[in-house]
Design a protein around this ligand. Structure first.
Ligand SMILES: Nc1ncnc2c1ncn2[C@@H]1O[C@H](COP(=O)(O)OP(=O)(O)O)[C@@H](O)[C@H]1O
Ligand SMILES: [Mg+2]
Length: 204
């Protein structure tokens, strides 16, 4: 069976950068892998992603946001994640269920229990085998991110709540969620991530 690895963290924490390096590492070692992301990841998801990230002209309530991410996730799981895992691939997914808890729950104040329920429906209880949480100070993330989408334009206190929300999730699920510092040099961070992944790959 495959392996589902999700990457979480605030904007600019280095998810895209590190996923690219993990892909190189896996492909170099001959592991079949698939890189995907949320929102997005399937044709429907690309449409929803455009609404969630790109449209300044729309008002989207926090609860509507939860369901848009949920709709995106249901399609992504069915169309991309489950088939790839069934084929035995190592799937690297840029944001997943924890992002909705962190952003819409801790960031926007939607009830976390409700979000967890929507997540369970959307995923059919598909859980990441491992989640890499890239943690970095909000100032650093914001300075690195270009600040172009709806979430990246949110202010410091919003991102601070999101960061703390992510850390709370990691505290609650230490077996699944591994916190890796997103500060410092890219290669060093990558080595920390590989240390987390190697035992899982060996067991696969
Ligand atoms: N460890 C690092 N040190 C310095 N700059 C970095 C580091 N990791 C990523 N960056 C840069 O910061 C920006 C945001 O990184 P990115 O990987 O896109 O973050 P994310 O996908 O989490 O938003 C990019 O321009 C990237 O090149
Ligand atoms: Mg990114």
């Amino acid at each position: 069976m495959g392996l589902l690895v999700t990457f979480e963290g605030i904007e600019g924490s280095g998810k895209s950068t590190q996923i690219g390096l993990v892909r190189e590492f896996l492909e170099g070692d001959g592991y079949p892998c698939l890189v995907t992301k949320e929102p997005g990841g399937a044709p429907l998801g690309e449409g929803i992603s455009g609404i969630l990230l790109g449209r300044d002209d729309l008002r989207i309530s926090p609860l509507a946001e939860v369901f848009l991410f949920g709709a995106n996730r249901a399609q992504h799981v069915a169309e991309i994640l489950r088939p790839a895992l069934k084929e035995g691939k190592v799937v690297l997914c840029d944001r997943f269920t924890d992002a909705t808890v962190a952003y819409q729950g801790y960031g926007r104040g939607v009830d976390v229990g409700l979000i967890e329920q929507v997540n369970r429906w959307a995923t059919g209880d598909l859980m990441p085998d491992i989640t890499i949480l890239l943690d970095c100070p909000v100032e650093l993330g914001m300075a690195r991110a270009k600040g172009k989408d709806r979430f990246e334009r949110e202010g410091y206190t919003f991102h601070q709540r999101v960061r703390e929300g992510y850390l709370r999730i990691a505290h609650q699920e230490p077996q699944r969620v591994k916190v890796v510092s997103g500060e410092g040099e890219e290669g060093m961070i990558q080595e920390e991530i590989r240390k987390v992944l190697r035992p899982l790959l060996a067991r696969r």
